[in-house]
Design a protein around this ligand. Structure first.
Ligand SMILES: [Fe+2]
Ligand SMILES: [Fe+2]
Length: 302
């Protein structure tokens, strides 16, 4: 699929309207420029000695299994889930950095290029922290997300999908960062990483929400009903895939559960966890609906 000249010039104009916000965010990134290499890391973190995830944000919270777990077992789960959360961020940020890097020399994205350089720089620093934690104290858990080769979408649709996926991913992550960064029960290292990530992601989200709305308004009318529906379906499936990563059988195996796949499946199906996912995705769906990208509440899907 190729893009028509009309949508391309619409997009250029639409992106030009983002220049003031992109330059404000660029200033903020420069003012809050952060060095991730000055951090003093503790020698070790004993999984059962402190909370590394707030208990309410673990994947077994609210399920019958949680009630049967001792406090040390709950803390162990919270520790491995912190490593899993940081790992899924590493994998997500790797794809994000690749997508940003591929767009830095694009003439048609010129009005936002300067900010994209900061975006990429900040994602790399986040991954320095996430992998610093995982490699020192736990491991980098693998991702089970599959990449499908080949794309039925045009370049412009791919651009939109890339930034929409970025926003969805960051909205969900930020639900956790915001809460974990303020929880006094958390181990100071885990708490700091979340607090720092939230501070920078707040800027990425301001940018991402605006960018996605503006791109859709400028381009989607010319794409046709079928293409718009395929994009909606694709993004809906992406939300489910993004959430699946939080319920990692490898984590349950590390916590000593005999049937880690069964634990993952029953946690995923549990009504309390379903309600948690809906609440955590609410803001993101609100943005997608108010930009007319989604036309109904897609959260029934998961
Ligand atoms: Fe990040
Ligand atoms: Fe980000």
């Amino acid at each position: 699929v190729t893009d028509g000249p009309r949508t391309r010039s619409n997009l250029r104009e639409a992106l030009a309207s983002l220049e003031p916000i992109a330059s404000r965010l660029t200033d903020l990134s420069r003012r809050h420029y952060h060095n991730p290499y000055a951090t003093v890391w503790p020698e070790s973190i004993a999984p059962e000695s402190a909370w590394c995830t707030s208990p309410e944000l673990t994947t077994l919270y609210g399920t019958p299994r949680w009630d049967r777990m001792t406090v040390p077992a709950r803390r162990r789960l919270a520790f491995h889930e912190a490593a899993n959360f940081f790992s899924l961020n590493i994998h997500g940020e790797a794809a994000l950095m690749a997508g940003l890097a591929a767009r830095l020399a694009r003439r048609d994205l010129e009005s936002i290029t300067e900010y994209l350089h900061h975006f990429l720089d900040e994602e790399n620093k986040h991954s320095v922290y996430f992998s610093g934690f995982c490699r020192r104290y736990a491991c980098i858990y693998r991702s089970r997300q599959l990449a499908f080769p080949g794309s039925p979408f045009s370049t412009e649709q791919e651009d939109f999908i890339f930034f929409a996926k970025t926003m969805i991913f960051e909205e969900i992550v930020d639900h956790y960062n915001f809460r974990l960064g303020r929880d006094p029960r958390l181990h100071p290292t885990a708490r700091f990483i979340n607090e720092y990530h939230h501070a920078e992601e707040a800027r990425h989200l301001v940018f991402g929400r605006r960018l996605v709305s503006v791109m859709w308004a400028a381009c989607a009318p010319a794409w046709g009903q079928d293409a718009r529906q395929s994009i909606r379906d694709y993004l809906g499936a992406f939300v489910t895939m993004a959430w699946r990563e939080y319920y990692n059988p490898d984590v349950y195996a590390d916590c000593g559960f005999d049937d880690p796949w069964e634990v993952a499946e029953s946690a995923w199906q549990d009504p309390a966890q379903r309600a948690h996912r809906r609440a955590a995705t609410r803001r993101c769906f609100r943005v997608l609906r108010s930009a007319d990208i989604f036309d109904r509440d897609e959260s029934d899907a998961f």
